[in-house]
Design a protein around this ligand. Structure first.
Ligand code: G4P
Length: 526
């Protein structure tokens, strides 16, 4: 095997997603502990955007500043190189999370056993489904009272619209929780409720081994056998190919806080999770093993220092080897650039890196050259697909309040939009600029940053809108007729594409019924 092939096959780049509080931070931390990347529990907490009240966004921004280093966490585990891409917990930054999901090869979803599937998990799963991202589910907090595991499995299947297959099975739950039977490896791990100690493993031959009865008692052993029989009857054998196609999610049970079931998850994960896959560009499919380097920017992190408007662009390497100081083409501008101090993220530290391989994330210091979705290559003109914008859910008109600073305001808005902070639309009827976000926080962030980084002042004017959706049609006359009828509600996005601003769900539904030749899209990628 060539070095490149070898490096690719040992890489696992993934994200952990969950509804806030299900245990994403705790699980991340435990995975880092196993990888030797950190040595004490509590080290990842600094990155946590806590359930702070939305008004406390200054605090959130501060935490975002800290989070550059923890945005990507790379570590070695056995022969594998693991890259965990962090996603913001706060739902107002959901758009950031969506984009991060375009840069991963698989996902681990954390679900709280008492709460089951929650709203944000459902949303994030939709994004995974769009891209057929392979998903493993970790049902967490088994040390607490929760729901029946069979019920949880049914809910996962129904709510996340994906087939499930338990690969481990809990023996009781809450105060009576005794451990899990590992179906993947046929072993038994007993639960020790102690954050410092890893679980105790009982050597067994198979599920009928009497040592199980000794370890957990006859009644629980009998229940376990019954459950396992039911599982074997209901769920087909685990098929890794189905998992890789994004059709089937293996399910593990455990307690992240107690480091229980985490190693089992990790060991199975490295075996079955995919290495970097071919990536679709508009022009062709790029195989990671191709020699020439290609990569794309999926995230831009603004530095919180207002005096130096510097950012870090996060580039996912898609093919070939990335080298420091090599000459790479920035496809959108057509310019060649050299990067003297690209950084890699290992063990929570940022350090200059000389080379990186597909699956790795490289941080490139930037002073405004990059936009989300930009492609870098060794010379070929490629445009990567798959960095969708989603229909925003909140809208406000942005108004300049300092006429002397209109240039600064323009520039600020443009750069913040390049960073992907929010989406800009221009209403075609009144020419006014409309900012769309997924959460109230973004408006505050934008206003603050425009003032502190660009010296521009703005004010928000409310507008009541339900959704902005992209429209298209094969029938030019039908499209024109629609735009004419809805002229007060038509806008264009930054790429000049037509966007319909529906002021209520009812209006949108009526438009869909009345104009069957128009296609309405709720994500910019269609
Ligand atoms: P998140 O990133 O998904 O938002 O969740 P996080 O890991 O921060 O976990 C949320 C809360 O759930 C934390 O408690 C954490 O300690 C707890 N937790 C995580 N895993 C388990 C588990 O397996 N069992 C139990 N019982 N609790 C778990 P907190 O009180 O909000 O935070 P902290 O003060 O403990 O840090």
């Amino acid at each position: 095997m060539s070095i490149l092939t070898d490096e690719i096959s040992r890489r696992r780049t993934f994200a952990i997603i969950s509804h806030p509080d299900a245990g994403k931070t705790t699980l991340t931390e435990k995975l880092l502990l196993f990888g030797g990347a950190i040595h004490v529990a509590g080290a990842v907490k600094s990155n946590k955007i806590k359930k702070t009240a939305t008004s406390d966004w200054m605090e959130i921004e501060k935490q975002r500043g800290i989070s550059v280093a923890t945005s990507v966490m790379g570590f070695n585990y056995g022969d594998y190189k693991i890259n965990i891409l962090d996603t913001p917990g706060h739902q107002d930054f959901a758009e950031d999370t969506y984009r991060t999901l375009t840069a991963v090869d698989s996902v681990i979803i954390v679900v709280d056993v008492a709460k089951g599937v929650e709203q944000q998990t459902r949303k994030l799963m939709e994004v995974c489904r769009m891209r057929n991202t392979p998903v493993i589910i970790f049902v967490n907090k088994l040390d607490r009272e929760g729901r029946d595991p069979f019920e949880i499995l049914d809910e996962l299947e129904a709510e996340l619209k994906i087939g499930v297959r338990p690969l481990s099975w809990p023996i009781n739950i809450g105060a009576k929780f005794k451990g899990v039977y590992n179906i993947f490896e046929h072993s038994l791990d007993l639960f020790t409720p102690n954050k410092q100690r890893v679980s105790e493993r009982v050597e067994i031959d198979n599920v009928d081994d009497p040592r199980i009865d000794e370890a957990v008692g006859e009644a629980d052993a009998a229940k376990l056998r019954e459950d396992l029989e039911l599982i074997e009857g209901v769920y087909p054998e685990f098929d890794p190919a189905e998992y890789l196609e994004g059709k089937l999610a293996p399910v593990f049970f455990g307690s992240a806080l107690n480091t229980f079931g985490v190693k089992e998850l990790l060991d199975c994960f490295v075996q079955i999770a995919p290495a970097p896959k071919p990536v679709k560009a508009e022009e062709r499919i790029i195989n990671p093993e191709e020699e020439p380097f290609t990569g794309f920017v999926f995230k831009i992190h603004a530095n919180m220092d207002p005096n130096h408007r510097s950012c870090i662009a996060f580039v996912k390497v898609c093919s070939g080897k990335f080298e420091r100081n090599a000459n790479y083409k920035h496809v959108r501008s057509g310019k060649f650039m050299r990067f003297a101090s690209p950084t890699a993220f290992m063990a929570q530290k940022k350090s200059i890196v000389d080379e990186a391989y597909p699956g790795d994330i490289v941080g490139i210091p930037d002073t405004g050259n990059f936009k989300i979705g930009d492609t870098l290559t060794s010379g070929e003109s490629l445009h990567f697909k798959g960095l969708p914008s989603f229909s925003p859910e909140m809208f406000k008109y942005i108004e300049n309040t300092d006429p002397m600073k209109s240039k600064q305001l323009e520039k600020g808005i443009q750069q913040l939009m390049d960073e992907g902070v929010a989406q800009l639309f221009v209403n075609q009827f009144n020419g006014r600029k409309l900012i769309g976000t997924v959460g109230q926080l973004q408006f505050e962030v934008i206003q603050y940053r425009l003032l502190h980084e660009y010296g521009a002042q703005c004010r928000w004017e409310p507008i009541s809108l339900y959704k902005a959706c992209w429209i298209e049609s094969d029938d030019a006359a039908a499209l024109e007729a629609f735009k004419k009828r809805k002229h007060q509600f038509m806008a264009v996005d930054r790429d000049g594409r037509d966007v319909f601003l529906a002021d209520s769900g009812y209006v949108l539904q009526m438009a869909q019924t009345d104009f069957p030749k128009i296609r309405f899209h709720f994500s910019s990628e269609y």
